[in-house]
Write a protein that binds this ligand. Sequence first.
Ligand code: 8YV
Length: 321
Amino acid sequence: MPDKPRLLITRKLTDAVLMRAARDYDVTVNADDHVFATDELIAKCQDVDAVLPCHSEHFSADVISALPKRLKIIANHSVGVDHVDLVAAKDAGVVVTNTPDVLSDATAEIAMLCMLGAARRGAEGDAMIRAGKWDFWSPAFMVGRQVTGKRFGVLGMGRVGQVAAERARGFGMIVHYHNRKPVPEHLAKGAVFHDTVEGLFANSDVLSLHCPATPQTTGIINKDTIALLPDRAILVNTARGNLVDEAALADALESGKLFAAGLDVFCDEPGGNQRISALKNVFLLPHIGSATEETRDAMGYRALDNLDAYFKGREPGDRVA
Ligand code: 8YV
């Protein structure tokens, strides 16, 4: 029997995924689940044929140029691939895959949690009770904004955006979206297409970000684009932190231009943004969009499916480079 391919798994995955990986690969795991520093990542990659990383490992052009010739595939445990320099990988002949579809439901759920938490002041209420400071009630107390009947703006009508739109419809919202191209009607389901970002922003009482992080989308939420949103709109970000100029967002939340924001992702992770964390009108989560038992298993299996295809000489289903 030929030797099993050698596989580096950079972070702690579910037992079921690790068991399947160990059955089919000669696996090196990251026993204490720390984030590899760049040098350590390069060193760990030296004697493997494949790596299964998360978005926490950065494969820059420099890292990719330091990978050994034997390392043939980076099978990501993420749908986002902004942590991998795809051009450098392609040039180096390293295959890159991701895990689309399997996290769309979980991430759309978190978008709804962020939307409702922001609109209905979920974090503020929770903090008040935990601090033993709930000593008053009146009809004027903790009044939020209702989402029913409001416009739900989707920036990026891909897989996650489509599921988020579906869930928002369940709350009686009217979906608007911007995408590079309109999506077919059986996927748009009546959502109103805007061919410009400006058009979408002007029509979003809640704006939910579902686009990939690229040089074109970095800072797409900034002082100028926030000004286009209706007054007292709500921003939801479950995609990537760097889509947002966080200083401009903090200004808009402080001034009342925005009613609130629900954020699962930040420019600096882990950690977040101190200025935003100090505000009351935010609902914050620590990048847990895909963190459900079901989805973690499914993401791991999907990454392994891609590896299996590659090592069996087939084209991996989710190849992105
Ligand atoms: C995870 C993600 O945080 O898929 C993505 O792009 O950001 C998330 O699902 C992560 O990469 C899980 O490993």
